[in-house]
Design a protein around this ligand. Structure first.
Ligand code: B1M
Length: 217
């Protein structure tokens, strides 16, 4: 049952059919499917396929845009459900998160932000194309325990390194932990730039964040 539903979800993204995506997301909730499974085993599979076809020239930018819009429409149905399920209300720490400057990909970053929030973190999501100064200023203002930097392009992941350098220059490096992620980001990149944490997905990001702020895993 779920297998067919997941396949239909993937197809709705490949076809860029926003209404279908929304309907399938609603069906998932009605049928008691875990919203995170719907995202990862359904919709993201379609998005990955579109990304792969775009990468080899079989799909084009308008296809990518339609796929992303359909994905976001499905997420708008599933995210409130994810938040609802995160019952723990004890505040574990304060996180400032965003996609680095020059980069407008926000689906994965928003999912990470939602999962952190649902797990008990106070999350300030600064959005996309966020300047390094904005991260530093906001982290300072809200006394964040953790800054989360998402980057989806090989050309923008370098900003994660620059942000860490900016924190050092501002004398704030010892006050705030930095977690990095995004499709091209690897553990070895995270180590190379001196990030405190790295995760390849949203579930892992919660566990890494808890570890970094000293909360119980
Ligand atoms: Co873009 N894009 N895109 N795109 N896009 C990629 C990333 C690409 C790999 C596609 C490809 O060529 N195969 C490629 C990058 C190549 C590279 O740099 N190596 C690419 C390109 C080239 C571009 C443009 C340059 C295209 C152009 O204009 N010619 C352009 C760049 C615009 C810009 O940012 N300046 C562009 C634009 C777009 C759209 C706007 C059309 C759209 C984004 C819409 C949006 O986000 N609102 C888009 C999309 C949808 C994609 C793909 C298909 C899907 C990305 C996505 O949302 N994945 C992508 C190919 C792919 O990744 N398969 C592609 C689903 C999401 C849940 O996963 O974001 O990886 P992800 O997040 C995961 C993990 O990475 C991790 O957890 C998340 C959940 O599990 N994670 C973190 C993410 N952030 C984290 C932070 C953490 C921890 C974990 O801690 C802080």
């Amino acid at each position: 049952m779920s297998k067919e539903l997941f396949e239909a979800m993937a197809q709705s993204i490949i076809d860029g059919e926003e209404e279908d995506a929304v309907e399938l997301a609603q069906q998932a909730i009605e049928q008691g499917v875990d919203p995170l499974d719907a995202i990862n085993q359904g919709f993201v599979v379609g998005l990955d396929e579109v990304g792969a076809q775009f990468g080899c020239g079989e799909m084009f930018l308008p296809d990518l845009v339609l796929a992303a819009e359909s994905m976001k429409a499905a997420m708008s149905v599933l995210e409130p459900e994810l938040t609802k399920r995160g019952a723990a209300r004890q505040v574990l720490g304060t996180v400032v998160i965003g996609t680095v400057e020059g980069d407008i990909h926000d689906i994965g970053k928003t999912l990470v932000a939602t999962m952190l929030s649902a797990s008990g973190f106070k999350v300030y999501d600064l959005g996309v194309d966020v300047s390094l100064q904005t991260f530093v200023d906001k982290a300072s203002e809200v006394e964040a325990n953790l800054i989360g930097l998402s980057a989806l392009l090989t050309t923008t992941m370098v900003k994660q390194k620059t942000l860490i350098e900016s924190l050092e220059e501002a004398g704030l490096r010892s006050k705030v932990k930095v977690m990095v992620g995004g499709a091209p980001v690897t553990r070895s990149w995270a180590e190379e730039i001196g990030a405190d944490g790295y995760s390849e997905d949203a579930i892992g990001a919660v566990s890494v964040a808890k570890g970094l702020v000293g909360a119980q895993r």
